[in-house]
Design a protein around this ligand. Structure first.
Ligand code: AP5
Length: 213
């Protein structure tokens, strides 16, 4: 089962992909997390990605497509995977379809996380992330048990991502509208789209996601 999580920044894709991974055993392939891991390790790819991510722009298609092709060839993807944050442009979607076709596979399901821009700004402004293990919290909706400390690995402090600053959020939302939202029509035309009200509580969203399988 190959699933694409599509939706604007902060709509809850990463939160739900983690839960779906735990429930079904399919790995979560988050291109954002892959870039952040490369930045942390100081790789050439990380350095290049950082210059785009800090401004809220997309990393060039050729870089992302190469990275994801390599990742889906891994054995742990054999029985399915969850794409979180990929594809994000029409050329990425077309490259994915072509690559999967070559492997005798296809995207089976696309879940679209729908939510207003006002709610997104609130979610991203309140998000706190662990730079050590990548765990994600929210000051109001999902606070850590101990203030500023990661529940998962104990690392502190939790941080506001550089691209969760108000001026960068504005650009990320603009980029989503211009470059990513056309994918809604692309996947809808393939009859694979399931629309989900992502403004509900985390547990309500999880129930809908799990109910899709
Ligand atoms: P990436 O890390 O993928 O960022 P994103 O898609 O913008 O998504 P986010 O991680 O911001 O949000 P999310 O939808 O996962 O929400 P979350 O669950 O965390 O990408 C970062 C950058 O990398 C891009 O800007 C780009 O530069 C580059 N990049 C990545 N992929 C690329 C690609 N394919 N092509 C080119 N460039 C690429 O939730 C957000 C907050 O809300 C959290 O605090 C959470 O606790 C809270 N929350 C979650 N659900 C709920 C709920 N139901 N109710 C209340 N609060 C909730």
């Amino acid at each position: 089962m190959i699933t694409v999580f599509l939706g604007p920044p902060g709509s809850g894709k990463g939160t739900q992909a983690q839960l779906l991974m735990q429930a079904k055993g399919w790995p979560q392939l988050s291109t954002g997390d892959m870039f952040r891991a490369n930045i942390k390790e100081g790789t050439k790819l990380g350095l290049e990605a950082k210059s785009y991510m800090d401004k809220g722009d997309l990393v060039p298609d050729s870089v992302v497509i190469g990275m994801i092709k390599e990742r889906i060839a891994n054995q742990d993807c054999n029985s399915g995977f969850i794409l979180d944050g990929f594809p994000r442009t029409l050329p990425q979607a077309e490259a994915l379809d072509l690559e999967l076709k070559g492997l005798g596979k296809q995207v089976d399901k696309v879940i679209l996380f729908e939510i207003s821009s006002d709610a997104l700004v609130k979610r991203l402004g309140g998000r706190r992330s662990c730079e050590n293990c990548g765990a994600v919290f929210h000051l109001e909706a999902a606070p850590p048990k101990n203030p500023d400390t990661c529940d998962k690995c104990g690392h502190l402090p939790l941080v506001l991502r550089k691209d969760d600053q108000p001026e960068v959020i504005e650009n990320r939302l603009k980029v989503y509208d211009e470059l990513t939202s056309p994918l809604v029509g692309y996947f809808e035309a393939q009859g694979k789209m399931l629309r989900l009200d992502a403004a509900q509580s985390p547990s309500e969203v999880t129930e809908k996601v799990l109910g899709a399988y």
